[in-house]
Design a protein around this ligand. Structure first.
Ligand code: BES
Ligand code: MN
Ligand code: ZN
Length: 498
């Protein structure tokens, strides 16, 4: 889709469709009122007859409205004005784009972006509208032999701003929206790909090609490299698989060489059977999504590189399958992690923390300013927060705060969970420095506590996205979360948010 920004009056737009909002009950927004005036009350008449109440999610398409230059006008219901917030704004954009894809209009001018959203700037509205418009058209149909293509898809979208002096900031925000949407789409696609296609070597190939396109440094560690580094926790998970593990590191340099990088680490278990501690059969296919942390840091890297943000960023992806087999790790095995700490593996299904702990130790080599890991780590986090919020854990409260704020800004929300020392005792092992599980209660917290033992040398946060990375049921699919949160955090760090 092509994008542009414009300031002007709705009645003067020569376009296939002008899109304006109507609040409940039957309250025209300012651009809708302007169209109504130009048409001599034509729109108010229709509304009076009861065809558009303004309820959220509803639309009404009008053709050849007198006194206006557009072929069509699309009225979009916005719900009650006093309840109109971030979520309602996003839904209005989504509904409008979906509706337009069902009409013959190839291009449209949205005046929805002039709607006031409490505490949100013009740049926010443009960034968000662009991101959501593109995301609405996301499809994953590469394995369907018959695609149900949109007959006449929306090709060009113009977003309106009220004043001419907002044009340049709006254009920058729009470019950010496009970059984030493309990162989000990459993340969704990597997540949705079947596990026989998207294995560790596939992720490594993706990283190589991204490095090529965006001129990034790319380093791929093979099994032998991991052995030399003593990454026996990561290697323990990979033992049962016939797919070779990979540890991917991509580096983008947008700031001075002396600026310490932000490092993102993403869990890349391309399929989690549980290993010898085998998972039950029901819904096991969803464990192809156990690499969504990896997918999200790769998507975030792509967005940052495309925006050319003035920061230094490294992403690290430990990638492996977790399979049972004659050579697989047994419950009771003890391994030494790269940090030198010993781990008694009591449950081979608690594998995420095992691959992350070595990746987090490896992160020290980049002399990081901040390290954030992203992982579909625990079912317990889904029990705690459902699929609305991701869990945030951190050894620095201000970092947790910044991530929560970024999640609010992006409407990709997270919730701060405790990481108190009191929980650490649950990881005691009679035979090793620690066990890899902490018992039945507080599972998301004990998992984070485990990771915290490998992140003492830097400011660190952990995002548990087990509940938010994908949806089950009829509209099964990767959500792309937390790419919006991460990209907004990095925009903030780059000084690009107001
Ligand atoms: N990948 C899973 C976590 C998961 C489970 C995410 C279900 C989303 C939905 C992880 O590797 C895992 O299996 N965790 C175990 C840990 C337990 C053995 C301590 C869990 O949460 O059950
Ligand atoms: Mn597991
Ligand atoms: Zn897992």
């Amino acid at each position: 889709m092509e994008f542009s920004i414009k300031s002007g009056s709705p009645e003067k737009q020569r376009t296939a469709c002008v899109v304006v909002g109507v609040f409940e009950s039957r309250k025209l927004t300012l651009p809708a009122e302007l169209l109504d005036k130009a048409s001599n009350g034509y729109i108010a008449d229709i509304i009076r007859r009861g065809d558009m109440e303004g309820k959220a999610g509803t639309t009404l398409l009008l053709h050849s409205v007198p006194g206006t230059l557009a072929d069509r006008i699309l009225l979009v219901g916005l719900g009650k004005e006093k309840d109109f917030r971030e979520k309602e704004f996003g839904n209005a954009i989504r509904v409008a784009v979906k509706t337009l894809n069902d009409t013959g209009a190839f291009d449209a001018t949205f005046f929805l972006t002039e709607l006031a959203v409490r505490k949100r700037s013009t740049a926010w509205r443009i960034r968000q509208a662009t991101l959501i418009a593109l995301d609405t058209t996301y499809k994953f149909d590469q394995f369907k032999s018959k695609k149900d293509d949109v007959r006449r898809p929306l090709r060009k979208l113009t977003l309106a701003v009220e004043r001419r002096n907002e044009l340049s900031e709006a254009e920058e925000a729009q470019a950010q929206g496009v970059a984030i949407a493309e990162g989000l789409a990459l993340t969704k696609t990597l997540g949705n790909l079947p596990p026989n296609v998207c294995h560790p070597s596939y992720l490594a190939d993706q990283a190589r090609s991204m490095a090529e396109t965006f001129k990034l440094d790319c380093e791929i560690l093979e099994r032998a490299d991991m052995e030399a580094l003593g990454m026996h926790a990561l290697l323990a998970v990979a033992r049962g698989s016939h797919q070779p593990p990979k540890l991917i590191a991509l580096t983008y340099k947008g700031a001075k060489a002396a600026d310490k990088p932000i490092v993102l680490v993403g869990k890349g278990v391309t399929f989690d059977t549980g290993g010898i501690s085998l998972k039950p059969a029901a819904e096991m296919d969803e464990m192809k999504y156990d690499m969504c942390g990896a997918a999200s840091v790769l998507g975030t890297m792509q967005a940052v590189a495309r925006m050319q943000l003035p920061i230094n960023l490294t992403v690290i992806v430990p990638a492996t399958e977790n399979m049972p087999g004659g050579n697989a790790t047994r419950p009771g095995d003890i391994v030494t992690a790269m940090s030198g700490q010993t781990i008694e593996i009591l449950n081979t299904d608690a594998e995420g923390r095992l691959i992350l702990c070595d990746a987090l130790t490896y992160a020290e080599r980049f002399d990081p300013d901040t390290v954030i890991d992203v992982a579909t780590l625990t079912g317990a986090c889904v029990v705690a927060l459902g699929n609305i919020a991701s869990g945030v854990f951190s050894n620095k409260d201000s970092l947790a705060r910044d991530l929560l704020d970024a999640g609010e800004e992006a409407h990709d929300r997270a919730w701060h969970m405790p990481l108190w020392d009191d929980y650490q005792d649950l990881l005691k092992s009679p035979f090793a420095d620690m066990a890899n599980i902490g018992g039945r209660w507080g599972g998301a917290i004990t998992a984070a506590c485990f990771l915290s033992r490998f992140t003492k040398k830097y400011d660190w946060a952990h995002l548990d996205i087990a509940g938010t990375a994908w949806k089950s049921g009829a509209d099964k699919g990767a959500t792309g979360r937390p790419v919006p949160l991460l990209t907004h955090y990095l925009l903030q760090r780059a000084g690009k948010l107001d």
